[in-house]
Design a protein around this ligand. Structure first.
Ligand code: HEC
Ligand code: HEC
Ligand code: HEC
Ligand code: HEC
Ligand code: HEC
Length: 175
């Protein structure tokens, strides 16, 4: 009696297996998109493309600390107001910017890149070693607000560290 009972189960089991793997693939793709394509809706429709290509600013005009500290830094409204005190003042985005600035409140920009707390990363060492912003952040010049283009997973960090003879012991990146 046993063998036929199992035979009857095989088709439903195979079917369930197929369904499950389909589901896992969908969830996996979703997560992959979330972690590599992340682009939150920001409070002000800022455009990197406009400010880099048309206005002609460089990254370090706004992300001033990249070459000298772990964090690159998000520019305070003061940096924007150097120009927007008088430029495009009637535009809704600039009105919003100005209202934060007048209240002395930081613009609530949402984080695009989020590393787990156990990971230590530093910009300074990479910039000093000549790694371009674009290697890790993609063509920001072509973006409006920033979008995450790399997974920033451990394997990706370690692969480059091996290639460039940088440290690969665990305590380099986990403190
Ligand atoms: C080796 C890869 C790498 C390079 C090169 C790099 N970044 Fe980053 N960047 C990262 C990682 C990883 C994070 C997330 C760090 C975190 O969450 O602690 C990040 C975060 C940021 C952030 C947000 C948080 C912060 O640090 O203030 C800004 C802004 C930024 N990068 C700008 C730049 C600019 C501008 C350059 C070039 C001057 C640059 N990055 C070069 C990997 C890189
Ligand atoms: C060096 C000068 C300069 C700085 C600094 C600057 N901007 Fe601009 N920004 C401009 C110019 C020029 C324009 C185009 C104005 C136009 O189209 O009339 C512009 C346009 C904009 C617009 C689009 C307005 C619209 O709706 O057409 C927004 C939003 C904006 N900037 C936000 C910012 C923010 C946020 C910062 C700071 C992180 C900043 N800008 C820093 C010069 C600057
Ligand atoms: C006029 C100021 C300005 C300039 C110039 C500028 N940025 Fe930004 N950047 C911002 C602002 C404001 C944000 C926050 C909104 C967003 O996420 O796009 C930001 C966000 C980012 C982020 C995402 C930070 C996070 O939350 O993880 C990266 C990466 C970044 N910029 C890279 C660059 C690079 C690379 C350049 C040069 C090619 C550059 N930026 C030039 C103003 C600027
Ligand atoms: C494009 C290649 C490249 C990528 C990608 C990269 N790194 Fe690095 N990293 C380097 C190089 C080269 C150095 C060595 C710089 C030096 O010798 O001063 C370095 C140095 C470091 C240091 C300082 C090491 C020390 O000796 O104190 C840390 C921490 C670090 N990287 C973390 C990371 C993390 C975390 C990531 C991934 C999110 C990452 N790196 C991705 C090339 C890379
Ligand atoms: C060059 C940087 C770097 C080095 C070296 C490194 N890690 Fe990581 N590690 C990361 C980053 C970035 C993450 C977070 C992203 C991720 O989960 O892939 C991470 C995540 C992890 C996690 C959590 C994984 C998870 O799924 O949540 C563990 C555990 C870990 N590392 C262990 C180690 C051990 C053990 C070593 C030494 C053999 C090591 N790491 C060396 C960068 C590094």
């Amino acid at each position: 009696m046993r063998a036929p009972a199992i035979k009857k189960m095989i088709i439903p089991l195979l079917f369930a297996g197929l369904l499950l793997s389909g589901l896992l693939a969908t969830v996996g793709l979703g997560l992959h998109w979330y972690f590599t394509g992340r682009k939150p809706t920001q409070p002000i429709a800022y455009s990197h493309n406009l400010h880099l290509e048309t206005v002609g600013l460089e990254c370090d005009h706004c992300h001033q600390y990249a070459d000298r500290s772990p964090r690159a830094g998000i520019p305070p409204a003061d940096v924007c107001m150097e120009c927007h005190d008088s430029t495009a003042v009637d535009k809704p985005g600039i009105k919003m910017l100005k209202s934060f600035w007048e209240k002395k409140e930081p613009v609530p920009w949402l984080k695009v890149h989020i590393q787990p707390g156990h990971v230590y990363f530093t910009h300074k060492r990479h910039i000093k070693a000549g790694v371009e912003c674009a290697y890790c952040h993609g063509q920001v010049k072509a973006m409006t607000t920033a979008r995450k283009v790399r997974s920033l997973e451990m394997g990706w960090c370690v692969t480059c560290h091996r290639e460039k003879n940088a440290a690969t012991d665990c305590l380099t990146c986990h403190k």
